[in-house]
Design a binder for this molecule. Structure first.
Ligand code: C5J
Length: 220
C-alpha cells in the first residue's frame, strides 16, 4: 500500500509497512525545567509545544499497528562514551554528568534521561540510546531498521536544528526517505526552527520532505 502526504517540496509517498515513526530525544533533560536544555540557558516552553502534536501522531500510528522507535541522548554513568570535548563545551557550572535538579545531567538511568510520560514507549517500540546528536552514530538503529525492512522515516522530536537535523542528514546518506513533521519538531530558537525546516525541503528536498502533522493524519 502506498500513501501520499501533501508536503514540501512535493508529495511524500510511503508504504506504512516499510516506514517507522522516529521520535527523537523527547526526554525530560530537553523539555522539562531543570534539565540539560535549561542548564544551557534555554527556555523550554517552545519545546513543550511539540508534545501534544507528537502524542496525536503516535496515537494514530499505534492505532494502525505501525512501527515506532524512540531515541534518547545520554551517556553511561561512568561517562566512558562521552567525549571530553562534549563535556567541556559551554563551560557550564552544572553540565553533563553533574548532579542537577533532574538527577545527573544527560546520564542513562537518571530522571532527566527519561522520556516524558505523555510519550512513554510501549513494549515492542525500541528505545535507542545514543551518545551523540545523530541517531545512527554509535547505535544499533541501522540494524533495527534493516531487520524490519524500513526504508522511510517520519521524523519528530527535539531539537530541530541539532539532533533532528543530524539524524535526517545521517538517514539521507544511508538512503532513507525522511518526512519531517513541522509541528512535531521543536527548537529553543524560532529562527533556527524556520531555517532548519527550509534547509530540509530546499533544492528539491535535498534532505527530505516537510509537512504539518495534519497532512500525515489525513493520509493515514
Ligand atoms: C541537543 C538534541 N540539542 N536532542 N540535543 O543537545 O537536540
Amino acid at each position: 500500500m502506498t500513501l501520499s502526504v501533501s508536503a514540501e517540496p512535493y508529495d511524500f509517498t510511503f508504504d506504512p509497512a516499510t516506514t517507522a515513526l522516529l521520535i527523537i530525544d523527547m526526554q525530560r533533560d530537553f523539555v522539562d525545567r531543570g534539565g540539560f536544555g535549561e542548564l544551557l540557558g534555554n527556555d523550554v516552553a517552545p519545546l513543550r509545544q511539540v508534545i501534544a502534536p507528537i502524542q496525536r501522531v503516535l496515537a494514530a500510528w499505534r492505532a494502525r499497528g505501525l512501527f515506532a522507535i524512540h531515541t534518547r541522548e545520554g551517556h553511561r554513568p561512568d561517562l566512558s562514551d562521552c567525549p571530553p570535548a562534549k563535556r567541556a563545551r559551554g563551560n557550564l557550572a552544572v553540565g553533563i554528568g553533574d548532579q542537577g535538579p533532574l538527577g545527573r545531567v544527560l546520564v542513562r538511568g537518571e530522571g532527566g534521561h527519561d522520556i516524558v510520560d505523555e510519550l512513554r514507549p510501549l513494549p515492542g517500540e525500541p528505545v535507542v540510546d545514543k551518545p551523540g546528536k545523530g541517531s545512527f552514530y554509535a547505535t544499533d538503529l541501522a540494524g533495527i531498521l534493516a531487520s524490519r525492512r524500513i526504508y522511510s522515516l517520519i521524523v519528530t522530536g527535539v531539537t530541530t536544528e541539532v539532533c533532528v537535523h543530524t539524524t535526517v542528514r545521517e538517514a539521507n546518506d544511508r538512503g532513507f526517505e525522511c518526512l519531517v513533521l513541522s509541528d512535531c519538531v521543536g527548537s529553543y530558537f524560532p529562527e533556527f526552527q524556520s531555517a532548519a525546516l527550509k534547509m530540509i525541503a530546499a533544492q528539491g528536498g535535498i534532505f527530505g520532505w516537510v509537512a504539518h502533522s495534519d497532512q500525515l493524519l489525513n493520509a493515514l
